[in-house]
Design a protein around this ligand. Structure first.
Ligand SMILES: NC(=O)c1ccc[n+]([C@@H]2O[C@H](COP(=O)([O-])OP(=O)(O)OC[C@H]3O[C@@H](n4cnc5c(N)ncnc54)[C@H](OP(=O)(O)O)[C@@H]3O)[C@@H](O)[C@H]2O)c1
Length: 391
């Protein structure tokens, strides 16, 4: 049985990970669960899986958990310290990094440092500190396997191939809910419209990232580190059906694609079973129905977040961490009605312009850049005119 610790067990990815665990009885033992503030869902998970260690975002949440479920024999902790303990628990061979945002960075990094295999959904960690994380994985022999469906697809297409044989990686994007919508109307979109993703059901932050195309920008940076391919050889195409999860073009012109249903249990199962293949617990593709596959270039001027991500990757050092921090702050402001949709790229651009990237030689360098960029983003967001604020 493989020991699993799950960071972000109460979220969209975390709950799908537990569905995969349930589908393969006897293969996994849930050792650790870490969550933020969804105490009720964590209580249900604790009652069902009886992990050895749990963690919540703060002591208040922990107190509420202890009133909902019997914690005898379970180490119960809070904050980053608690999450790090879950990520480095001795009985865990694999850590699923599925918390959202920068909060996952230190625990995921410590898991790699402790030699744990990491199944990674929490892409923000690689965006912030890709080079450092890859270096730790190399030092300890830990494996870093992507859960993001696009990177899972690239991993499948690349398996065993030499990087020199690859001409380019092509990430597919659905285009989000505002594909085809006139650019000049984007400053009036509502939270509800932005949260209505056409093909995937996901947590709120990644859903907004998909609507701005920042999700694809973060994925370009993620792919750069996971596969060692420079940004100049990573492309993005819009593919509204989300059937092809990504493509690899080889130097001889061959293009390899990975197709699959839009169900995150597929890439989760791949990451947890790799290098083995297990029979799928979900229905596969239905080719008995007519199937159309469309492709178009991304509307780069309409969705500036994509270019901002390439720009941060090019600038290097702490620039991607600043990009990520500014994006997290701007998306949070949009979600709670303090900023309009177009305020997201505007804030990120202003933060990148004000921040000179420094070398990202240590985790502290990255965390410092994250703090500075958040502070700057909050100042910019506080100054934005109220007329741009929509709910
Ligand atoms: N959803 C998808 O299909 C998908 C696909 C590809 C990649 N991803 C990536 O996977 C990650 C998770 O996405 P999601 O859609 O699952 O997000 P989500 O549904 O919002 O879940 C986020 C998880 O992070 C936890 N969390 C938040 N703040 C925390 C804190 N301070 N301390 C500890 N835990 C905290 C949440 O806990 P509480 O709920 O208890 O607060 C929850 O368990 C993101 O990086 C996303 O980009 C997601």
């Amino acid at each position: 049985m493989k020991g699993l610790s799950i960071l972000g067990s109460t979220g969209s990815i975390g709950t799908n990970v537990l569905r995969v665990v349930d589908a393969f009885e006897g293969r996994f033992r849930v050792v650790g669960l870490a969550a933020g503030g969804n105490v009720e869902r964590l209580a249900e998970q604790v009652a069902r899986y009886r992990p050895r260690i749990v963690s919540l975002q703060d002591a208040g949440a922990l107190e509420r958990l202890s009133r909902l479920v019997d914690l005898s024999g379970i180490r119960a902790l809070a904050g980053t310290v608690g999450m790090v303990e879950v990520a480095t628990a001795s009985e865990a061979q694999t850590v699923v990094a599925s918390a959202v945002g920068a909060v996952g960075l230190v625990p995921t990094y410590r898991a790699l440092e402790a030699g744990k295999d990491v199944a990674l959904a929490n892409k923000e960690t690689l965006v912030m500190a890709g080079e450092l994380m890859l270096a730790r994985a190399r030092d300890t022999g830990a494996r870093l396997l992507p859960i993001d469906s696009e990177h899972c697809a690239l991993h499948e297409c690349l398996d065993g191939r030499r990087v020199e044989d690859v001409k380019r990686l092509i990430l597919t994007a659905s285009g989000g809910p505002f594909r085809g919508r006139p650019r000049e109307t984007l400053d009036r979109v509502t939270r509800e419209e932005a949260l209505a993703h056409p093909t995937w059901r996901m947590g709120p932050k990644i859903t907004i990232d998909s609507a701005t195309l920042m999700n694809k920008g973060l994925e370009v940076i993620e792919a750069r580190w996971l596969f060692g391919v420079p940004a100049s050889r990573i492309d993005v195409i819009i593919h509204p059906q989300s059937v092809i999860h990504s493509l690899v073009e080889l130097v001889d012109g061959t293009v390899l694609a990975q197709l699959g249903v839009t169900d995150m249990r597929m890439p989760i199962q791949y990451a947890l079973s790799y290098p083995e293949r297990w029979p799928a617990a979900i229905p596969g593709m239905d080719f008995s129905q007519a199937l159309r596959l469309e492709f178009e270039p991304p509307e780069r001027a309409k969705f500036p977040c994509l270019a901002l991500a390439y720009r941060a990757l090019e600038a290097g050092g702490t620039a991607p961490a600043a990009l990520n921090a500014a994006n997290e702050e701007a998306v949070a402001a949009f979600l709670d009605g303090r900023a309009g949709f177009t305020g997201i790229p505007e804030t990120i651009e202003a933060v990148l312009e004000s921040e000179r990237p420094a070398p990202a030689g240590s985790l502290e360098d990255v965390l410092d850049a994250d703090r500075r960029a958040r502070e700057r983003a909050r100042q910019i967001l506080a100054r934005r005119p109220a007329a741009r604020v929509l709910t």
